[in-house]
Design a protein around this ligand. Structure first.
Ligand code: 5GP
Length: 187
C-alpha cells in the first residue's frame, strides 16, 4: 500500500512569516546575542525539542561566540494542539551547566508555562546566566507573566502556526516558512 500524496502547502491558510523574513531576523537576533557575551565566551545553547531544531541550527551559524549544543525534550499532556499546565521533562541535558552561560532556544512561547518550568529547573543548577531566545511569541496568550524573554523574533497572532520546525502531529516541520494552519485541520 502506498501513502496518499499530499501537498503540505495546501493545508496552509496564509504565510505568517516568510523565509526571507526569518533569515533577516536570525541575523538580527544573532548580532544582539553575540554582543551580549564577551569575546570568546562559551555559550551552551539549549534547544527545546523538537520544534526549536531548525531555528537553533540557523541561529547558531550566525552567532560569533563559541557554542555548545544541548537539548531538552519537554512535553505537556492534556490537549492536542496547545500546552496544558502539566509540563513534563522527557529528556534532560547532557551537559553540566554549573558556572556556564546558557541560552535557551525555543520555537514559540505561548502561555509561557513550558519556559517557566525549564527556567526553574535550570536555575537550580547554578549557571552563570540564563537567557531566552524565541523565534515566535504569542503575548496575547501568556499565562505565566514572570517569563522574561531576552531575545524575541516575531509576535504572531493567536492562531496555530506550523513550519520552520513547528509541527502539527509531527507534520509540516520542514516547511521553510511559518504559516497558519487551516483551522479545520486541528480544531
Ligand atoms: P507554552 O508552554 O508557552 O504554552 O507552549 C510552548 C509550546 O507549545 C511550544 O514549544 C510549541 O510546542 C507549542 N505551541 C504553542 N503554540 C503553538 C503554535 O501555534 N504552533 C505549534 N506548532 N506549536 C505551538
Amino acid at each position: 500500500m502506498t501513502n496518499p500524496k499530499t501537498d503540505m502547502r495546501d493545508d496552509i491558510k496564509e504565510v505568517v512569516v516568510s523565509e526571507q523574513e526569518i533569515k533577516a531576523e536570525n541575523k538580527r537576533l544573532a548580532a544582539k546575542i553575540s554582543s551580549h557575551y564577551d569575546d570568546g565566551e562559551e555559550v551552551i545553547m539549549v534547544g527545546i525539542l523538537r520544534g526549536a531544531v531548525i531555528f537553533m541550527a540557523d541561529l547558531a551559524r550566525e552567532i560569533d561566540s563559541p557554542v555548545i549544543f544541548d537539548f531538552m525534550d519537554v512535553s505537556s499532556y492534556g490537549k492536542d494542539a496547545y500546552t496544558s499546565g502539566n509540563v513534563r521533562i522527557i529528556k534532560d541535558l547532557e551537559e553540566n551547566i554549573e558556572g556556564k552561560h546558557v541560552l535557551i532556544v525555543e520555537d514559540i512561547i505561548d502561555t509561557g508555562l513550558t519556559m517557566k518550568r525549564v527556567v526553574n529547573l535550570l536555575q537550580t543548577r547554578d549557571p552563570a546566566s540564563i537567557k531566552i531566545v524565541t523565534l515566535l511569541d504569542k503575548p496575547e496568550r501568556r499565562v505565566q507573566k514572570k517569563v522574561q524573554v531576552d531575545y524575541n523574533g516575531f509576535e504572531v497572532p493567536d492562531e496555530f502556526v506550523v513550519g520552520y520546525g513547528l509541527d502539527y502531529a509531527e507534520k509540516y516541520r520542514n516547511l521553510p516558512f511559518i504559516g497558519a494552519l487551516k483551522e479545520h485541520l486541528y480544531s
